[in-house]
Structure formats: structure tokens, C-alpha cells
Design a protein around this ligand. Structure first.
Ligand code: CO
Length: 294
């Protein structure tokens, strides 16, 4: 039962942080400053980030994280804020898109409606294909496309992407949801072709395995990263204790050892605009939206 309570707590904090973050995304605000404030709020409310706060704009669907000396300001972008927090490893994950130009209302509505429609049909035994079909058809009903190679996911202790994969279109996958599962549903809608690819330099990483490291400062950096328990991190977090040059050397070493996973920005292939909506759910006799405000 303790795990359910932690999931509930993480969900509520994730929701509050997302609400707070939304209010900061305004014309002329600095992306880096907003990111830092949102991350600070996670700690203030008694949780830790499950991954670095991600603010992806326009044709970037996901995995954009402010760099150390990021000068980006908000003006008229389509801005997706993705916030994941954890309480003792139990994760709450949610996302929201802010339309600063006011010209993409329908695109924002398409992913939000797809999420809501999926939640309406979800219960114990719902198939992944049914969820995907509902999401895909809802988005197509608005004249847009679901991003097919992005999907929702299971949430597990210190594991942000555990099975099952929750598709955003009808994959014919007859795997059924089971009681006790915690999942994140995240439809992405686009006015592009509906596919993303990796593009640009990664600023989100995770360590996937344990390997011995001989050089002292690299070992110290690895020890620090291990405090994240395998969850993703960004270089910016490490600069509180280490110089950027040492961090870069360490990451190169981890890459050579084959224990570094990189998460480059995911950009829509035809540079279409992308909106996102996301909630975390507990599958039970009565399905609970963990990231819905109480
Ligand atoms: Co997610």
C-alpha cells in the first residue's frame, strides 16, 4: 500500500508543479530561468525530478532541456512542458502544451481531447490497440496526425519507461491493461507527417549499467549520477559540484564504456508543430488519474 501512497503523492506534486510551470511560460521569459524555477518547485513540494524538466517547442516533440547558458526566450512558440517527479522512486509524469501565439488552439485541443477520450475507455482489460485507436481517431478528427513513433509507457520504481508501451494509433496490439499497473498516457498531435526523429545534441542522459572507473574525478561524477538511481539527468545538475569540462570528459568515458544513454531532442520529421498532453493513471477497479488536481 505504501507504493500506492507514494504514487499518489508523486502524482499530486507533478500536477502542482505543472500548474505552476504553466504560469511561468510567457512572452519574454527566459527558458533557462523558467526551467530552474520549475525544478526548484519540485524539491520545495517534497519530491525529486524523475527527469530534467523538459520544455520542447514548435517542431520539437520532446527531450529538449535547457542547456547551461541557454539564452532562449519565449515569444510566440508552441511550448510543451513535461514534468516528471518521484517520491522514493515512485513516479508521476504529466505534460501540457501552451500556445503562446494563440494560433494553434485546435492542435492543443486535439492532444488534450485524445488523452481525455483514452482515459474514458480505460479500465482493467482494455487493450493497447483500443487505447491507440481512440487516441489516433480523436486526433485525426481534428484534421491532424498522431505522432506514431512516440508513445505512453508504464511507470515503475525508478523506471520511467517500463512496459507496456501505450501507442498513439491502432497497433492491433491485444495486450490488456492489468490491475495495479501504473501507466502514463501521452498523445502527441501534429500538423506534420506524424513521425519524429532524433536531431541535435542530447542534453538528457542516463547511466544504464555499473562499470568500474579508475580516474578519481570521473568516479566522483559517476557516484553523484548514481544518486539518481538510473533516472535521467542533465549536465546542468552536475555543474553545482563539477566543472563543465570534467563533466564532458566523464560523459565521454561513460559513452566509451557503453553505459551512457543519450536522449537527443525528438523533432517532427516534416517540421510540423507538435502538441502534447499527458497524465499518469493507476489501473484499478476504479481507474485513478494520479496527476489530476484534487
Ligand atoms: Co511520459
Amino acid at each position: 500500500m505504501e507504493d500506492i501512497q507514494n504514487y499518489e503523492k508523486a502524482g499530486q506534486i507533478a500536477c502542482k508543479v505543472l500548474e505552476y510551470g504553466k504560469t511561468l511560460i510567457k512572452k519574454d521569459a527566459f527558458l533557462l530561468e523558467v526551467t530552474k524555477k520549475i525544478e526548484a518547485k519540485i524539491f520545495e513540494l517534497g519530491a525529486k525530478p524523475a527527469f530534467p524538466v523538459q520544455i520542447s517547442m514548435n517542431d520539437i516533440a520532446a527531450h529538449y532541456c535547457a542547456i547551461l547558458d541557454d539564452k532562449t526566450t519565449f515569444n510566440d512558440q508552441l511550448v510543451s512542458l513535461d514534468v516528471g517527479v518521484h517520491v522514493d522512486g515512485y513516479i508521476g509524469d504529466n505534460a501540457y502544451t501552451v500556445d503562446l501565439s494563440g494560433k494553434n488552439k485546435e492542435l492543443v485541443e486535439a492532444s488534450r481531447k485524445a488523452l481525455n477520450n483514452a482515459i474514458k475507455i480505460i479500465q482493467i482489460g482494455t487493450s493497447l490497440a483500443e487505447i491507440g485507436k481512440t487516441i489516433g481517431e480523436t486526433i485525426e478528427g481534428y484534421g491532424f496526425k498522431p505522432v506514431k513513433n512516440l508513445s505512453g509507457h508504464g511507470l515503475d520504481e525508478y523506471d520511467i519507461h517500463s512496459p507496456p508501451t501505450i501507442p498513439n494509433y491502432d497497433t492491433k496490439d491485444e495486450t490488456k491493461l492489468e490491475k495495479g499497473q501504473v501507466i502514463a498516457i501521452e498523445p502527441f498531435a501534429t500538423n506534420g507527417v506524424g513521425l519524429i526523429h532524433e536531431k541535435g545534441l542530447p542534453n538528457v542522459f542516463s547511466i544504464t549499467d555499473i562499470k568500474p572507473v579508475r580516474i578519481k574525478f570521473i568516479r566522483q561524477i559517476l557516484n553523484k549520477i548514481n544518486e539518481y538511481n538510473g533516472l535521467p539527468f542533465t549536465k546542468r545538475w552536475l555543474t553545482k559540484e563539477f566543472s563543465l569540462s570534467k563533466i564532458s570528459l566523464a560523459l565521454n568515458q561513460f559513452k566509451q564504456l557503453g553505459i551512457l544513454k543519450e536522449y537527443p531532442p525528438l523533432v517532427e520529421k516534416s517540421n510540423g508543430l507538435v502538441s502534447q498532453a499527458e497524465h499518469s493513471l493507476l489501473i484499478d477497479e476504479k481507474v485513478k488519474i494520479l496527476t489530476k488536481s484534487e
